[in-house]
Design a protein around this ligand. Structure first.
Ligand SMILES: [Zn+2]
Length: 74
């Protein structure tokens, strides 16, 4: 039995789960693979990246998570 897939999965159209939620509508944020690479590269280099929420259009600023030892002690 042959399987005909009219839409073969293309790597560039793959959506990456950023494990983040929009701070306005709390929708899960996904990015196309190509964009996700840029976002991760930008964030890893110490910068921030802006990701538009696909649900409400709000721009979410993505920052690198701070290591625990950088949290100021009370
Ligand atoms: Zn949103």
């Amino acid at each position: 039995m042959k399987k005909n897939n009219p839409h073969p999965p293309g790597a560039e159209h793959e959506l990456i789960d950023l494990e983040l939620n929009c701070f306005v509508c709390h929708g899960r944020l996904y990015a196309p693979l190509a964009d996700a690479r840029n976002v991760v590269a930008t964030v890893n280099s110490g910068g921030t990246a802006l990701l538009l929420c696909p649900y409400c259009g709000q721009g979410n600023v993505i920052r690198l998570r701070r290591p625990p030892d950088s949290v100021p002690s009370p």
